[in-house]
Ligand binder design. Sequence first.
Ligand code: NAD
Length: 259
Amino acid sequence: MLEHKTALVTGSTSGIGLGIAKALARQGANLLLNGFGDVDAARAEVAAVARPGAKIAHHGADMSRPAEIESMLALARAEFGGVDVLVNNAGIQHVAPVEDFPPEKWDAIIAINLSSAFHTTRLALPHMKARNWGRVINVASTHGLVASAQKSAYVASKHGIVGFTKAVALETATSGVTVNAICPGWVLTPLVRKQIDDRAARDGIAAEQAQRDLLGEKQPSLQFTTPEQLGELAVFLCSAAADNIRGAAFNVDGGWTAQ
Ligand code: NAD
């Protein structure tokens, strides 16, 4: 379905971004990966499911730095002819009460989780509009719809990106470019693993118990959403069936926001 299309997935060396990158690669897309950590392992996972001959590259832009984002989008234009599917996924978390929240953590969360999507979107849209086809998929969160204590920066960034999604969806509403958000509940990735480990240490309990407590508190299904499920939702949003889905925020949260 996505042969001759190029997808840029930010933060695709791990977790949800890697799951989405693999799902798009399975559909035949060329992939521009981004993120830190074990780049070679991520690239190999994507290559293993990609269309033979598909182009796969990585750019290590730090998503908190607009100049590096500009250089990544310049590479996308030079090497791939532009980005057709933009998945704004890179994100970080920090958990602390607002009065103890380190200002530099606030700034980093807003920059990486929210402002980076502004920069990638403004730079990718001209190509999409010229082709009259494009997809912007913002990985927000349940925390784009409801809040939890001690996550002020994250909740602000995710509510912000849901709002940004709606605004850009309206600006592109008469074009072949759609802009939507995905709002996962708990997904067992390194970002959540850290919260489970912190919880186990705080409560003096085993990691398995901390994991059960974490799910039981918020996610009625008592199951994690998987990166594969989110990848398949991204694939659906790229399909013709989704041509008129605009400015939506899909909760994939085991019932979290139904409560
Ligand atoms: P993760 O920690 O597994 O992956 C984060 C990715 O972002 C990695 O590839 C990392 O290298 C990259 N990254 C981090 N900082 C970066 C930076 N400055 N520049 C470039 N890349 C950077 O986390 P995840 O759980 O897969 O999270 C992915 C997205 O999904 C985030 O936006 C997160 O807020 C969101 N999300 C996660 C959950 C969950 O339960 N895991 C739930 C809802 C939303």
